[in-house]
Design a protein around this ligand. Sequence first.
Ligand code: FEO
Length: 610
Amino acid sequence: MHCERAITRDLFWVGGNDRRLALFESVYPIPQGVSYNAYLLLDEKAVLLDTVDHAVSRVFFENLAHLLGDRPLDAVIVNHMEPDHAATLQQLVEKYPDVTVICNAKTAAMIRQFFTFETDGRLLTVKEGDTFGAGRHVLRFVMAPMVHWPEVMVTYDATDKILFSADAFGTFGALGGNMFADEAPFDMAEARRYYTNIVGKYGTQVQALLKKAAGLAIEMICPLHGPVWRKNIGLFVEKYQRWSTYTPEDQGVVIIYTSVYGNTENAAEILAGKLAGRGVSDVRLYDASVTHASYLVAEAFRCSHLVLATTTYNAGIFVNMENLLHDLCAHNLQNRTVALIENGSWAPTAGGLMKDLLAGLKNMTLLEPTVTLKSALKEDQLARLDALADQLADSLPRPTVVHDGSPVEQNALFKLSYGLFVLSAKAGDKDNGCIINTVTQVTDSPKRISIAVNKQNLTHDMVKQTGVFNVSVLSADVPFRVFQDYGFRSGRNCDKLADQPDVARSANGVVYLTRYANAFLSAKVIQTVEYETHTVFFAEITEAKVLSGEASVTYADYFDHIKPKPAATAEKKKGFVCKICGYVYEGDTLPPDFICPLCKHGAEDFEPLA
Ligand code: FEO
């Protein structure tokens, strides 16, 4: 019996769920199953986006037949040829003999490799930027090679702003009753395990796709596995930014060991206790002989520090640790701090061999020396584990303070400079944000900051009303568009946040920028001081998080590199230009009380036109 689901009024999920498969790709355990998503667009033309794995072919064809009724299937778009999505293509062509197969040239070659159906006159071959008109919907094709096979492309519905993202933004786990990520519990750990193990190796290619996607207005993402995203897309994109740049999500230590008779495990356990004693809160231990490598690869991508502890075995590395190291190398892990513990009863060699394998990875910091055990940890070696615990703790950021359950990362405050910031607030259902340039740390304990905000800004009034705000620290890669969006228009006559894909909400319910910001601070106002044009708010930090390693943008960067230079005009005008946003006031004299209508800066920030 069919079980298709509506996504929009003319887009339907026609895939299937497999909760019986033990190993996805014959490698990865999927205790929560997996979904194979296919989508049917019913416009003037009926267009199918991808097919499914053999395992769910019956329900897929039932879904399709039910929705099509007497209509023909006009086209199928093959975004990805891997058989978990394309295995039923031959059957589809046989059932719907008039269907056109839309694909790129690489896909066409693979179709001929996998299948026997006649492709002459059947295929419509597309390339980057080509479009297909389905009626009301215009579908544009964007190539995404190696995310996760070389032929992969994604399809963008420019009409409804939907990205059919192939494997990208997918996850393990069969779908429950709800089709949307915002309507059901979403397990980010499984999404991380899916990403890191399936496409983790191809960070550069994922970055290329993210750059292309940044140029598209996206309101919904329909991946080939897992739920559809229509809210908080920025949250998932931020994870993809981190994973694809091999940037740790969390500052902590993952200790992975193998142990034949428990002695190496004992050293790992003692080290974990010593780290906890030094205030390292995120310490996790795994036995690589028990936990599947896919979970350990995901943990290695999540966390900043790794300790690998293993036995010497057949004069080499114990087999399960060796396999894990090969897996980490295959997935291109980078930018981690690693410490090693080796054990060996007569000739410990595992440490040196692990080092050799790790040497192939980029930007790895190895903490020396390797701790060597001979059979079992001895009392006089505890000092060596203490020294290793010190090294690890010293290389981690200062422990995070917790304020009412929300983390306050000290490093987030280190991002403050004479820079530029998005100040955001929420009053009732209204979100708003504006650009400010004065955020200063006032005290360290308790952590307090001050901000100065122009009284003409709506955000000023919202902060005054609610006493709660966020500051997103803008990073050096911020484009001028962000200043236009938040600084050069007023929230009084537009919804500035309505079309912002790169935002998320912090614990206080206020939005912050997930992109072009290297940290955000949440704060609660404790005192205000009024000046003529500005209110200075003193506030206590309630949450603080580092978002990226990008440098903070400075005021000088803004003027030197970001703000467009005024275009030369044939006819020289008389007037004054706002140094902040470039607004031009035409006239011989500038009134001393003039306020820039765009950025709200006063006459002191204007200079005569050159
Ligand atoms: Fe879900 Fe690369 O296949």
